[in-house]
Design a protein around this ligand. Structure first.
Ligand SMILES: [Mg+2]
Length: 352
């Protein structure tokens, strides 16, 4: 029997913000852009208690919860946190399919004690990043996904397919991934308003209404039958070198010298692999753990130490760290050329 887990960080963006601004802990926090048409990206659970939810217009969220703290999104910080979480995930499980900054499917087949391994992983993520995550475990992706969502935050739900069908029998078919609002409305018009009703529906009737493939697929989803495949294709989309200092470095020219040295080491490795990248990025962590990344994309791919070092140094000078620095890093991404089958670079998965 396959064993799939779905791991999902709780209120991810809001939790990252609270993590680096402890004064926000316990407060309703809303991560949102600004402007009259802004929508809520993520709300902390404290804000959700007021009825605030993702994708809601921010103006409405403010009316529901006037005392909420509004924070603009900082995607560089979320990517950094995501990279840290996914690195921990990959430390425990070989087959990992990252499906978003804060979500992944894990193939637990072959683990001796999958539940214990997942408990350990969740504890480790919390200890290292301060983030909490919810986990669902089941025989396929649908059950795992629904299970991870069922008891958020800090959920840990293990269900067989039969148990999941029983538990969510009365839920809307829209609970199942892949059954969107339009389909839900069409099903409702046919008198099919629950997951149980969809699973029990006459396949011929569904096929007549939705077409043969979609109809059969819908009924299978209603019975929570789904894929148990985790595509763990791992493409190294970037290479990086970074260094944490025992004592924070305040001097700008010393920072630059370190960055140039890291760029040299990185390019040596790239040259050995015959890889060249178009994007050069730096990572700077200040003494107070503020972490920023700055990147520049070049017209042509390179692994020239001089070019990478110059770009990195220019990015550092432009950022001009306001405080002494505890970590510096250089990254090259967006590879091109013979050594790569030129996969589309998934920007979200870019671990920087
Ligand atoms: Mg999440």
């Amino acid at each position: 029997m396959p064993c799939i887990a779905h791991l999902d960080v709780d209120a991810f963006y809001a939790s990252v913000e609270v993590g680096r601004r402890p004064e926000l802990r316990g407060l309703p926090v809303i991560v949102s852009g600004s402007g009259p048409r802004a929508v809520v990206t993520t709300a902390s659970y404290e804000a959700r208690a007021f009825g605030v939810g993702s994708a809601m217009p921010t103006s409405r969220a403010r009316r529901l919860c006037p005392q909420a703290v509004l924070v603009p999104p900082d995607f560089a910080a979320y990517r950094a946190a995501s990279a840290q979480v996914m690195q921990l995930v990959r430390g425990q499980v070989d087959a990992v399919e990252v499906v978003g900054l804060d979500e992944a499917y894990l193939d637990l087949d072959g683990l001796v004690a999958p539940r214990a391994a997942m408990r350990r992983l969740v504890a480790q993520i919390h200890a290292r990043t301060g983030l909490t995550a919810s986990v669902g475990i089941g025989p396929n992706r649908l059950v795992a996904k629904i299970a991870s969502d069922a008891e958020k935050p800090r959920g840990f739900v293990v269900l067989s397919r039969e148990e999941a069908c029983a538990r969510f029998a009365a839920a809307s078919p829209g609970l199942v991934p892949g059954v969107g609002p339009k389909t839900v409305a069409r099903l409702a018009a046919m008198g099919i308003a629950t997951l149980a009703a969809l699973g029990d529906a006459d396949e011929e009737v569904l096929c007549a209404r939705f077409g043969a493939n979609h109809g059969r697929d819908l009924r299978a989803r209603g019975q929570l039958r789904g894929s148990a495949t985790v595509s763990a294709v791992r493409i190294a989309v970037s290479e990086s070198r970074e260094r944490t200092f025992d004592v924070d470095v305040a001097d700008g020219s010393e920072q630059e010298a370190i960055l140039r040295r890291l760029a040299g080491e990185l390019c040596e490795r790239l040259a050995r692999q015959q890889r060249r990248g178009r994007t050069v990025a730096i990572k700077v962590r200040l003494g107070d753990f503020t972490t920023v990344t700055r990147a520049r994309t070049l017209p042509t791919a390179t692994n020239e130490p001089r070019v990478v070092a110059d770009v990195a140094a220019a990015l550092l000078r432009a950022y001009a760290p306001a405080r002494p620095v505890r970590l510096l890093g250089v990254r090259v991404a967006a590879f091109a050329g013979a050594a790569d089958a030129a996969p589309a670079v998934d920007q979200l998965a870019l671990p920087l």
